[in-house]
Structures are given as C-alpha cells and as structure tokens.
Design a binder for this molecule. Structure first.
Ligand code: NDP
Length: 245
C-alpha cells in the first residue's frame, strides 16, 4: 500500500472525523486528509495537542478544521448522540470516520491481566467505537459514499504472548469491522481495517523501549493506505484487512 499515489484533491468537499487526532498516526492522518481537501473534525482528550494540529492545518491554508474534545474513557452514548447532532447541523453529513485512538494497556502474562486495566482498554478501544459508530451511522448514510476505517494491529489478526489486553481489544475491532461490512454491504458505506505496522510513535516507544525509533516508518510514511481507504478510489472496497506497510 505504500506506493498508492493520491490525487491532490482526493478528499475535496469531504468531512472526516479522526479520533486520537492530537498525536502519532491520528495527527498525521488529520493533517494529510486536510492537505487533500477534507474538512477534518479533530477528536481527542488533550485539547492542547488538538489545538496544535488545528493551527498547523490553518496555517497551511487547508480547509478550516473543527475540534471535539472528548475522553473516550468516560464518554456516554448521549455524548456521541450530541456530537452526531452537532455534525449534522454544521456539515449535513459525514463522509469519513477514522477510529484511531487506542490504549495499549499493560503488557504481561495472561494470568496477571488486571481487570481494571483491561476494562479501560475495552472501553476506549471497543465500546467507544461501538457507541460512536452507532451514533454516527445515520449522518454517514446521508453522504454519497462513506468510509469507516479502524486502525487495528497485527495482534488483532494473530495474537501474541503477553499482549493480552490490547490484542483482545483489537480482535474485537476486527470483528466489529466484519460485522459492519456485512450489515452494510449493499449500501454506500464501506468498512475496513488498517494494520499500520511498526510506526514511530509514543505508543510504539512505550511497547518497545529498547528499540531505535529511527529504524521505523514514520506516521507520514504510512499515509497512502489511509488516503486510499478514505477516498473515492476505494468505493466498493469493504470488509478488507489492509496492511499499510
Ligand atoms: P499514540 O499514543 O501516539 O496516539 C494515540 C492517540 O489516541 C493519542 O492522540 C491519544 O491522545 C489518543 N487517545 C488515547 N486514549 C484516548 C481517550 N481515552 N480519549 C481520546 N483519545 C485518546 O499512538 P499511535 O499513533 O501509535 O496509535 C494510533 C493507532 O495505531 C492505535 O489504534 C494503535 O493501536 C495503532 N497501532 C500503532 C502501531 C505503532 O507501531 N505505532 C502499530 C499497530 C497499531 P493523547 O495524545 O491525549 O494521549
């Protein structure tokens, strides 16, 4: 997927919501989508980081973004419904939804899984995605074509020792994608997952503290897969497990 070349105006007139837009892959995706013409809705929990991304997009002269400060750990169904109403009022419809924010949780042996930690991981990585998608589907149905995209992981497709909390949440993410892709297969809504592969971010550095980050692809490097699945070149592509690298 690294070789896909997006047209400069690929995402013109599209409104795309990105979760975890303040840092890492989500930050890069938000800026890249804006660069290709999209109005991006920046969702995250650290307002300062979202504001920095907002400023960067505005200073570059890309379409003016919007900010939604929301902590996915504590958000309720009502919060998502209110957000969907605001999006409908302001933009009429939503063309793209990138579920990217995730927690790594604690790495360690299965027998030592902490129930409070895995509950947080499931809340942010799974239940928040279910609630947000449920709330946003009505406004996505109003788009001519819509893309729901989940940032998954290799351990969401094949599990690995000591990655229990995170891996199980990513298996649920892959399952959610498959469920939605099947349920909406006769509609203009496509649903896919991306495994970014090892990417130079805070989360990766936390998981692999001894690794030299300079050996890894940057979030910018892996953007072709995100652009492809968000743009109309991927109309009709659904239920796919894509590797960004
Ligand atoms: P980062 O930790 O750099 O970014 C994660 C983003 O998610 C941050 O902006 C963070 O906000 C946000 N976030 C976390 N918890 C919440 C919450 N409760 N509410 C709202 N926002 C939240 O990680 P990456 O960029 O590496 O990860 C992005 C995605 O890619 C994740 O789904 C991850 O699982 C996946 N991934 C990454 C890989 C890698 O090698 N980097 C490999 C495989 C998958 P804040 O900035 O405020 O902390």
């Amino acid at each position: 997927m690294l070789e896909y070349q997006a047209k400069k105006d690929l995402l013109n007139n599209k409104t795309i919501l990105v979760t975890g837009a303040g840092d890492g892959i989500g930050r890069s995706a938000a800026i890249t989508f804006a660069k290709h013409g999209a109005t991006v809705i920046l969702l995250g929990r650290t307002v300062k980081k979202l504001e920095a991304v907002y400023d960067e997009i505005e200073q570059a002269g890309y379409p003016k973004p919007a900010i939604v400060p929301l902590d996915l750990k504590g958000a309720s169904e009502q919060n998502y419904k209110d957000m969907a109403d605001t999006i409908e009022e302001q933009f009429g419809h939503l063309d793209g939804l990138l579920h990217n924010a995730s927690l790594l949780g604690i790495l360690g042996p299965f027998e030592q899984i902490s129930m409070s930690s895995i509950e947080d991981v499931m809340q942010v990585n799974v239940y928040a995605k279910i609630m947000m998608t449920k709330a946003l589907l009505p406004v996505m149905k109003k788009a001519p074509n819509a893309s729901i995209l989940f940032t998954s992981s290799s351990v969401g497709r094949k599990s690995r020792a000591f990655w229990g909390e995170y891996s199980l949440s990513k298996f649920a993410t892959e399952g959610l994608m498959q469920l939605l892709a099947h349920e909406y297969e006769d509609t203009a809504i496509r649903v896919n997952t991306i495994n970014p592969g090892s990417t130079r971010t805070e989360m990766r550095a936390t998981a692999y503290p001894a690794e030299d980050p300079q050996t890894l692809k940057t979030p910018e490097d892996i953007m072709p897969a995100y652009l492809y699945l968000m743009g109309d070149d991927a109309n009709g592509v659904t239920g796919q497990q894509i590797n960004a690298q």
